[in-house]
Ligand binder design. Structure first.
Ligand SMILES: [Zn+2]
Length: 171
């Protein structure tokens, strides 16, 4: 296993929709295992391939932070098939280190995806898991959480990032 470098916004790969995954072989298994290691080491609860410079539709997540093996999940070619309700809570992103801001999301989400062997499955969950699935599926579509913020909040966050860039603390 190896740690991968997490790309920061505004790297253009974060704005590009990923290509569908069509090969479920050793290369994919290796990528997924490296992505898990990178996510746990960050630490974070979700990481999409685009964030490690790979423009493909997949992500890993673990809302238990490594405590519960059942929550270690990889979703390949994810597709949101149902959402309902609303939640508003703090959200962060490994491509925006140190930025935490409230983002509105659906309370419940049903996401269909392939597992590491190419078998289709659905995950139906709420609260943090739903938020995480929606955030990471957005990455697969070239959408970052900045795009989900109100225009005022987005400007504030961009201003904060520009300051960090000037101070050499964002590269
Ligand atoms: Zn993110």
């Amino acid at each position: 296993m190896a740690l991968m470098e997490v790309v920061k916004w505004p790297n253009p790969i974060l704005d590009a929709p990923g290509d569908p995954v069509t090969e479920f072989g050793d290369g994919l298994k290796k990528l997924v295992s490296n992505m898990f290691e990178t996510m746990y080491s960050a630490p974070g609860v979700g990481l999409a391939a685009a964030q490690v410079g790979v423009s493909k539709r997949l992500f890993v997540m673990d809302c238990s932070g490594g405590k519960d093996p059942d929550q270690r999940i990889v979703m390949i070619n994810p597709e949101v098939i149902h959402v309902e309700g609303e939640q508003n809570g703090e959200e962060g992103c490994l491509s925006f280190p140190g930025i935490f801001t409230p983002v509105e999301r659906s309370l419940r989400a049903v996401v269909r995806a392939h597992d590491i062997n190419g078998n289709e499955f659905e995950l139906d969950d709420t609260e943090l898991t739903a938020r995480c699935m929606l955030h990471e599926t957005d990455h697969c579509d070239g959408i970052v959480f900045l795009d989900k913020m109100s225009p005022i909040k987005r400007e504030l966050v961009k201003r904060k990032i520009r300051k960090l860039q000037k101070a050499g603390k964002w590269s």
